[in-house]
Design a protein around this ligand. Sequence first.
Ligand SMILES: [Zn+2]
Length: 287
Amino acid sequence: MKKIEYQCNICLKQRIMGLPENINFNVDTRGLMDIIDVHKCKGNKENAILLHVDSDLNVRTQIPVKKENDESSIPGLPLPSPQKVERSKIEIITDHLIRIRNIDYFQINDKIRNKIFVFDQTKKNDLDKIIIDDQFLEIQILTEKEVQKKQVKKWLTGIEEAYSKATYIDVKALELVLKFLDDKVTNEMNLSDKLALELIINSICSIPQTIKEDTEFGEIFNDLDTVESRNLASIIEKCKNNDKNNILLIYNELKYNFSFSEYIAILANLVEKGIINILTINFVDKK
Ligand SMILES: [Zn+2]
C-alpha cells in the first residue's frame, strides 16, 4: 500500500495515511496536492493541518489552519493568509454527454486550499447569484429555473458541511456534485440527499464495504421490483470484501446500469440501512 507520512510540527505526533494502490490523488498545476489532517494536537486540542504533498507522496509543507474562535495562535508557525496569495481557478467541466439543465453558474471558493472551482454556462457578469459565505468557504449558485431561495440555500449548506470535513478535494468529485445538484435542486433536500452529498464530495477517499452476511440481504430485496433488486444486488456484490475500490471506481464498473445520481441514492440508502459501511482514507497516529 502507498502511504503518506509526516510528523506534526506542533505536537510532534507521527501521522500516517495508507492509500490503496488503485486510488490516486491528483497533483494540481503546482505539482502538489492539498490534504487536510485533523487530529488531537498539542494540549489535546483539535487542530487542522493543511499539507502540501508532491506526486511521490512526500509532505513538502504543513500549515495549521486557524479557526476564528481560536485565540491562541501558535508562535513561529506560518498561518495561511489567503488574501496575499492569488487563488488558482479550476474549471468544473462536465462530460459532454450530460447536459446541465437547471444550473447556470456554480462556484466554490475554497479559502484554505486557495482554489476557486467554477462552472459557468452564462458567461455573463452581474447576475443575482445565491451565495453562502463563511470563514473558509464561499459557494455561489445561479439556477436556470426559478427555485425558492430558501431551498437552494439548504442545498448549499449541505455541500458546505460535507466539503468542510473533506480530507482531499478533487475536481472530479465536484463535477459529480454539480450533476447531482442539477438533478435535485428543484426538490427539497432530505436527509438521504445530505448523506449522498457527503458520499460524493468524499468519493475519492471513501471505500464502501458490506457489513451484513449474505443471508440477511433477502428481506431487503423482497419489497422491490426486479430492476431495483438487480441494481441493489450489483452494488452490494461490488462492495463485498471490498477494501481497495472507492465509490467512483465502483461506479465506473456499474455505470451502464444507472445514472450517477441513481447510484449514489441507492448507496446512501444502503448506508442508512446499515448494509454498507464507508471506510474513509484518513490520517491516523502511527503506532
Ligand atoms: Zn499535531
